[in-house]
Design a protein around this ligand. Structure first.
Ligand code: F6P
Length: 365
């Protein structure tokens, strides 16, 4: 028998527009349909390691959340409880704090945890499920690279932001006869670059799945100039890299002593190389976190709401260990065990890439 009275909810990993809409839908469904209490856990799993990091979510506390960006619960893409960074003098050492999380869940009387997260958080969720914790998952990433679901909320908002940026770059590129390079997010998957690039009418789109060749890129730009089209737009995914090369990572300080590796810099490199080879003016824009910030477009509010509602239904139906997902137009579910770690990449020979190339867009090959 299902004897639920209290559920917990947390958001983990990078934020995505629509997180608050999920929190709202989970809270409303849990309270209105089932009469459960909902505990919001702050800053992902960290809120279960350090005390006093939870809040009671009520109908009042989730009012007005649909259009808001970020997450009211806070999030982090560090602090995996199974590999938790602790300061040890001048050094950081990594310890297993999963036991603290289990104790805390018990103390709080949380029967089931709703984990809203991307590949990292889902892998943590999977490891807690293996330790007996009852969890249901909601997939989240603006990169749309989780294999188990056709779409994630936040992705369409990010595409909208990136496409608007390309539209704006067009007018200034054309006026100044320049090559404009726009670097967008997408760690291992080029969906954001590909979809916004096609929607914005980019001339060159570079994605991690297709290592690029400067001859191909410069050939495309030269071809346009021969037709007296003196400007070009290049959209490059942060994870893209030249043939025979590697993605460009930077070391970024995180916290007091930790340093993390983050992608970035490929846009500058591509811009400089085009400029050097063709003797044309290039300018580089890194769109960065504008793609993750701000409120969700209606499509993402709707998808996030459907996911939140479905997650609570999974709990009510005792389908623990499952993650909601979108298949076609239907919200369904699959085991988190299967979903964690399986990435959805752009097929270099797939329909979308072929269409882009047949439209004359250079994919860097
Ligand atoms: O996974 C989503 C994402 O937006 C990636 O596209 C990007 O590489 C990463 O997060 C950046 O994360 P942060 O700046 O929060 O470390």
């Amino acid at each position: 028998m299902n004897t639920i009275s209290k559920i917990g909810i947390l958001t983990g990993g990078g934020d995505a527009p629509g997180l608050n809409a999920v929190i709202r839908a989970v809270t409303k469904t849990a309270i209105l349909d089932y009469g459960w209490k909902v505990i919001g856990i702050r800053d992902g799993f960290q809120g279960l390691i350090e005390p006093e990091r939870t809040i009671l979510l009520t109908l009042k506390s989730v009012r007005g959340l649909l259009p808001s960006g970020g997450t009211i619960l806070g999030t982090t893409n560090r602090g995996n409880p199974f590999h938790y960074p602790e300061e040890n003098g001048d050094e950081i050492r990594y310890v297993d704090r999963s036991g603290t999380v289990l104790d805390r869940l018990n103390e709080l009387g949380i029967d089931v945890l709703v984990v809203i997260g991307g590949d990292g958080s889902l892998a943590i969720a999977r490891d807690f499920i293996r330790k007996g914790v009852k969890i249901v998952g909601v997939p989240k990433t603006i990169d749309n690279d989780i294999l188990a679901t056709d779409l994630t909320f936040g992705y369409s908002t990010a595409i909208t932001t990136a496409t608007e940026a390309i539209d704006k770059l067009h007018t200034t590129a054309e006026s100044h006869h320049r090559v404009m390079v726009l670097e967008v997010m997408g760690r291992e998957a080029g969906w954001i670059a590909l979809e916004s690039g096609i929607s914005g009418g980019a001339d060159v789109i570079l994605i991690p799945e297709i290592p690029f060749d400067y001859d191909a890129i410069c050939g495309k730009i030269c071809g346009r100039r021969e037709k007296e089209i003196m400007f070009s737009i290049v959209v490059v995914s942060e994870g893209a890299f030249p043939r025979g090369g590697k993605p460009s990572y930077q070391q970024i300080p995180a916290g007091k002593k930790e340093v993390v590796k983050r992608l970035g810099g490929v846009g500058e490199r591509v811009g400089a190389e085009i400029s050097r080879r063709l003797n044309v003016e290039t300018r580089v824009t890194v769109l960065g976190h504008l793609q993750r910030g701000g409120g969700p477009i209606p499509f993402d509010r709707f998808l996030a709401t459907r996911f939140g509602k479905a997650a609570v239904q999974l709990i009510a139906e005792n389908k623990m260990g499952q993650m909601v997902c979108l298949h076609g137009r239907r919200v369904e579910s699959i085991p988190i065990e299967k979903a964690a770690g399986a990435n959805k990449l752009v097929d270099p020979d797939g329909q979308v890439v072929k269409m882009a190339e047949s439209l004359g867009i250079c994919l860097g090959r």
